[in-house]
Design a protein around this ligand. Sequence first.
Ligand code: PMP
Length: 423
Amino acid sequence: DAAACTPLEVLGRDVSVPLVTGGEVTYAALDYAASAPALQRVWDDVAAYAPYYGSVHRGAGYLSQLSTDLFENSRRTVEEFLGCRAGDQVVFTRSTTDSLNLLAAALPADCQVFVFETEHHASLLPWRDARVTYLNAPRTPDEAVATLERALAQREPHGPALVCVTGASNVTGEIWPVRELAAAAHAHGARIVLDAAQLAPHHPVDIADLDVDWVAFSGHKLYAPFGAGVLAGRSDWLQEAEPYLAGGGASRAVSRREDGGVDVEWHTTAARHEAGSPNVIGAYSIASACKALTEAGFDRLVAREQELIAKLRAGLAEVSEVRVLSLFSDDAARVGVLSFVVDGWNSSHFAAALSAEYGIGVRDGLFCAHPLVRTLLGSDPQEQGECGAPEAAPGQKSLNAIRVSFGAGTPDEHVDRFVRAVG
Ligand code: PMP
């Protein structure tokens, strides 16, 4: 019964994990930026539908019709969630990575791409077949806009261009000036895609209001289970491109030619890029999460998250060995994602100790954003020692950090436990 739980209740709150010291403790999931726990409401919705699912777009039976409706209604829900404009299309993909690779495969010929070196690899790497300009890490949001403007001003005008930018960093949690970057892109005749993998779970993302051309996000970071993502936005480039995958569902009509070859007429809807049997449960769970977040209200979610961020930052500020990694200044707007290093500690050992001794799940590493983390840690090996990323083992450099991240359903106790453990 979906109505029985509060809208932002998450699964797994009572899971106990063993401690190295003996005994057990409830798991503190502080790795939402990698994958957030699913909302109870999403799980209930999926469970209620599970006995009835059938093939989508491929069956005359009642349950096939029901599943087709559910799939297409999920698309409508995502359109509403993102505030899509008339003519925008929502394509269901596997993930943010998949969405951005789809867009990369659909770029018009001679498209120039502009991307900050600070991006997650999912938004940094898919464009390598295009002409890419990598922009240096800015140290303020204003500098980000100025850097982009400078680069765009130097581009050869007239040809197509795309800017790819992340809305909230998966390393620092800092929020980027998306609206301003979009205005700069458009002023120079470029388009912009927003990687909202980290922003959408924490903030409303309105495609028309931000005036971005596309938005990409993943279900598993938006409190839905794994397996589905979204690319939403302008249809023209997508519809002029070859289908991302060739196969059934993407094709409207296929016939043999007299010369022995095959003619294909591809769909001009989102289906063009959704070949194969669609992931109806994935799409439905994303739609369910979108509804739950909307009903709960982002105001409430943001206010609660800001409380936890303040508590976390105040706690870490008390520990002199901790250095929080920031690109922008301390007062930059941020979501519940924060990375740091601890003087005298190898980050991987530290994260392992948080798990083994306190039942706290965080992430250590370079967070699929190697250039950014290296910039934040300081790439000079001499400096690495000073900034608290010492040698992991003789001859092996520790050049990584620890990331803590949270969101809906995170109790105070998890953050309190974390601060106590670090201290
Ligand atoms: N972009 C950002 C900012 C991310 O944080 C992530 C996931 N860490 C991705 C893209 C990729 O998401 P996925 O692994 O779901 O494709």
